[in-house]
Ligand binder design. Structure first.
Ligand code: NZQ
Ligand code: ZN
Length: 392
């Protein structure tokens, strides 16, 4: 196990009706806030009205900025930064999925910074401070409600880049599983694939003596799959949503990566798909992950065998380890298909035209300097291209 230093300041207020507490939870931080949201699902569901009422009851006034698109755009973040400065706002409440939360985090980074907030994403340089952000999560998927990360799309440059710092963890997040009943099926599938990927990016490691986190990863992965299957036939099953929601937070709040080298190769290769083709992050991961596994499993058989047996339930003899590992990968892909995800890049509407460009971007910073990719296997530009070709 590697050394680590872990803290997570995000207070999670979880359960039925919890969104009505938002006013009293915000009040100790600010009397005037930015209310940030997406394309309108919160108005349709009535959540917007409940949030506005709770804020008013607690004497918290708000300025609002809606319109966050999936794969949140830098241009709206620039508008949000200007708005906060003009209105003297020092606190942001994000009500939505990962895109809204990430947009809020980027605005929070940009308000106290003199230059363009994109500098942080393009160079990875550290932030000194950021406005506090809180969330009401409407889509369990990204884990952004308790993560230190944000992922932003610079639409002009066709770049989608992540940024992380513990300062960005929300101060609180409200999670009511009933809010997820209105999610369309494809977003459920995207969310499930994303949270599973967050665990697999940590699980597949060269670090040894990680029994505690191995076991946690395996248990949370199995829990996600079994409850996602319940939701497939019973979309408003509160208990299944509660399991999925908690799993999504645990998957990406840092706990499951303690003491382990993490990977993140699939995430970074997926971001290149989203940057050019604007595909949903979870759908992209469902295609890239099995291809990445097939590209590297022979060099790392023990962890792929452990995954096949402990997570995917592959039984029988262990004399042909390659066959066991491959069966685990096949079952993972079959689960993604069962959720309704495509299994190839072609299924996402992507052809071979930009594969070489994406492999280059996945392994280089915007200034052209080399960017490391992957952990279990350090991936070269050629490796990334091979993964994309396998996925095609
Ligand atoms: O915009 P609205 O109208 O709200 O509709 C959204 C959007 O169209 C809809 N939706 C959300 N909650 C709903 C709902 N529809 C009905 N009922 C509800 N309760 O769902 C659509 C997708 O929303 P989005 O926020 O884009 O999805 P998700 O939560 O999957 O976020 C994806 C983004 O997060 C990034 C991804 O790269 C992607 O840009 N990630 C962020 C991470 C982080 N900050 O830690 C980690 C992840 O790995 C990921 O990269
Ligand atoms: Zn993700």
């Amino acid at each position: 196990m590697l050394n680590f230093d872990y803290s997570n300041k995000t207070r999670i207020v979880f359960g039925k009706g919890t969104e009505t507490q938002v006013g009293s939870l915000v009040k100790p931080y600010a009397e005037k806030i930015l209310l940030h949201y997406g394309g309108g699902s919160i108005k349709k569901s009535g959540l917007y009205d409940r949030v506005a009422a709770s804020l008013r009851e607690s004497g918290v006034s708000f300025v609002e900025l809606g319109g966050v698109q999936p794969n949140p755009r830098l241009s709206l973040i620039h508008q949000g930064i200007e708005l906060c400065r003009r209105e003297g706002i020092g606190f942001i409440l994000a009500v939505g999925g990962g895109s809204v939360i990430d947009s809020a985090k980027a605005i929070a980074m940009g308000v106290p910074y003199d230059g363009d907030v994109w500098d942080f994403f393009a160079t990875g340089k550290p932030i000194e401070t950021a406005l506090p952000v809180a969330t009401i999560l409407t889509l369990p998927a990204t884990g952004s409600e308790a993560s230190d990360g944000t992922v932003v799309t610079n639409e002009e440059a066709q770049l989608k880049l992540p940024y992380g710092d513990v300062i960005l963890r929300p101060v609180f997040s409200i999670m009511n599983p009933e809010l997820y009943f209105t999610l369309p099926e494809n977003q459920v599938a995207n969310g499930v694939c994303d949270m599973m990927s967050h665990i697999m990016e940590r699980y597949f490691t060269n670090t040894t003596h990680t029994d505690v986190t191995d076991g946690l990863c395996e248990s949370v992965l199995r829990t996600i799959m079994s409850n996602a299957r319940i939701l497939k036939r019973d979309h408003t099953n509160y208990d299944a949503w509660a399991e999925i929601a908690l799993a999504g937070t645990v998957a990406h709040n840092g706990l499951l990566g303690l003491g382990r080298e993490e990977d993140w190769g699939c995430h970074n290769m997926e971001h290149e798909l989203s940057a050019i083709y604007d595909v949903a992050h979870g759908a992209g991961l469902a295609v890239v992950t099995p291809a990445w596994m097939r590209h590297i499993y022979k060099e790392h058989l023990p962890i792929f065998v452990q995954f096949a047996v402990n997570v995917m339930g592959v039984g029988g003899g262990l004399r042909d380890l390659e066959a066991v590992a491959l069966e685990g990968i096949r079952r993972l892909q079959a689960f993604f298909t069962e959720m309704g995800q495509p299994s190839t890049l072609a299924g996402l509407g992507i052809d071979s035209r930009h594969l070489a460009q994406m492999a280059y971007k996945a392994t280089h910073w915007p200034d052209g300097s080399p960017k490391p990719l992957g952990g279990l296997k350090k991936l070269s530009e050629q490796d990334a291209l091979a993964v994309y070709q396998l996925a095609l």
